[in-house]
Design a protein around this ligand. Sequence first.
Ligand code: NAI
Length: 790
Amino acid sequence: MSKVAEIFETLDYGLAPEAPGPALDWLKANGGKFGHFIDGGFTKPGKTFASINPANGEKLAEISDGTKADVDKAVKAARAAFKDWSQLSGFERAKYLYAIARQIQRESRLFAVLETLDNGKPIRESRDADIPLVARHFYHHAGWAQHIDKAFPDHVPYGVCGQIIPWNFPLLMLAWKIAPALAAGNTVVLKPAEFTSLTALLFAQICARIGLPKGVVNIVTGAGETGEAIVNHPDIDKIAFTGSTEVGKIIRRATAGSGKGLSLELGGKSPFVVFDDADLDSAVEGLVDAIWFNQGQVCCAGSRLLIQESVEEKFIAKVKARMATLRVGDPLDKSIDIGAMVDPVQVARVQDLLKQGAKEGGTVYAPDGTMPEKGCFLRPTLVTGISPAHILASEEIFGPVLVAMSFRTPEEAVALANNTRYGLAASVWTENINLALDLAPKIKAGVVWINSTNQFDAAVGFGGYRESGFGREGGREGMAAYLKPSWEKALKATPVLKLATPISDPVSAGIDRTAKLYIGGKQARPDSGYARAIHGADGRLVGEVGEGNRKDIRNAVEAARGALGWGAKTAHLRSQILYYLGENLDYRKAEFAERLRALTGASANAAKREVDLSVERLFAFAGWADKYDGAVHNPPARMLAAGIVEPIGVLAIAAPDEMPLLGAISLLAPAIAMGNTVVLVPSDPHPLAITDFYQVMETSDVPGGVVNIVTGPKRELSKTLAEHDGVDGIWFAGSLEDSAMIEAASAGNVKQSWTTRGLGYDWSDKAIMESDYLLARATQIKNVWIPYGA
Ligand code: NAI
């Protein structure tokens, strides 16, 4: 080590190590071996595995590998605790959350050191970012616990939540999961990642210390199999997962049809966009934070640098110069920039990707500074001279590797930014506020940081678009993810529709009354060239509809994608068109009622009521179109975060079989009110109720492609839609079995899905169906962080 005088001479840096002693003593005091935290106490350690310090390879402790029986015990404890915990007053729950926040602050140094030992992240980060954010999360959610009834009337907690978290922000991810769950009145079974369970175990001790009622928080350690046991446990009501997209898809399939709530926070390949008028030096510092924070093991890491061509050379030179000053070394050293990767497995994964990348070309730069002799260390790395299709530009690397590409125009920047299956976050750097705010809505990402990066706060939702998952953590949206409407519990299975036996009717069968499909604003013949006969309530033939197939679905999706500009139209315009639809349906209500009678056998009154309600529903969502909007958050930074409500994109809708007009309109209206474009598959037995609606749409100025309708076998057509990568979300009204199939099929591109699971949603219930229930499901929130008041 250099002497102080020498340091002054060379201005080289001296080590400033944080002492590991107190954290190691804590491990020793606990016997170096941990069981699970279940029902308020620690179990005896079972079969254990080692938790290793990745900076030096030394063993820190032995932790238990949770079995199915352990998970079951934890779920039972959580279930037993649920009633009392959920019925406690908000103020009482708030006091517990507040007490946790205070204890975390009290023990913040111990938590920070333990986190750094276990995970390898620089102490500067665990001390100044992770742990303060953990405390902030519990403070923020103490407030929600108290105000929940006022903020979310008629909502109830899910019950027992299974929560599975990754190793990159071990305690912070725990806080993101546990704080909102508890505030809402749920109890939890949480599994930390196998590499990093120690701070979760210290947290468990804090829960016991503050007297949190037994069973409210249970922590079961273990690897993927323990996670699977949580996902598949029948008495868990909701799963919240953060981790790889691959495991997220497995969980989507595993929970399909189970009725479990699900939120997924998955991977990313986030763009960091720098325009030529940006403050380049600030952008370089931002970039350091974007990609080398936590060794790049960050789901929203700014791992793709997109730089305007005119400043490319200059900017890359600045980046390289800055990279050469980054210090890689002992994470406990307070002056270190880059610590250890979490485990040799992750080091090997990154190295392997770099090797594969080398085969595809490109130039790799890594400064040649000193490196520790042992431990999981990687140099900061920059890859240039590659195309967007290069493996390093498309795969999530989850390490300190930045790839750079250039663009010429803002349009090109947007196209490159969106050229990924992910959509978690983006940074935009420019001194031109107009340009920044022009880009923000065009980038498909749940978070956009303007002239900033990696900003997080408990009051601001965080979560992804596309294959980065669905659901939000933080803020109001994050609370909503742990609550459900109280009426959902009362839903009963839908009675099976009684359909008349078709009778042959040679007279009308001879008449050609085949309704076509409706694609891109035009009636279209089905690709198959076939039609299916539609029989009325008396069994007689009332008409025919086109027999749609995969090809028709492809055309309809293409038309819907082509019409996505609908979402960028003003809410006022969408509102006007919905009103117009309502008005035009009202003109023809007698004819529609007559058709419904013939199709479903409804009484004259019931048919009239269904049409009247359909008109009212269109008006209801015309009214909502310009009112269901976002919020501006006040994070503790000189920034605002604008939570902007955006459509999901192309929404596939399979309408219910019953109430064939009102059911379809109830789903269609909120979807298009919020700016989605739709591919609708109407009621299986009664599609003619909606094919008559084509003319209503044509006379109401609905732009071509906004609503596309494909008649035919509902189950197969919906499956094709669920599997289609051009579809962003799916709503399916139908049996439990078909709902399960649809949810599983939607895992491919991690679609948001909503299914009725064979339950009797009452389409005529105005309180529910005209509420914001479906609006929330038709939208996703993008948080745009904007420097403000600085
Ligand atoms: P992972 O997704 O396997 O692990 C995350 C958590 O899920 C851990 O607690 C793990 O035990 C659990 N898990 C694993 N398999 C499971 C299953 N079948 N059912 C239920 N739970 C299961 O991530 P892993 O393997 O540690 O890292 C691999 C890659 O995933 C990384 O290189 C990175 O690309 C990505 N990743 C992304 C994260 C993010 O925050 N978006 C976090 C961690 C990893």
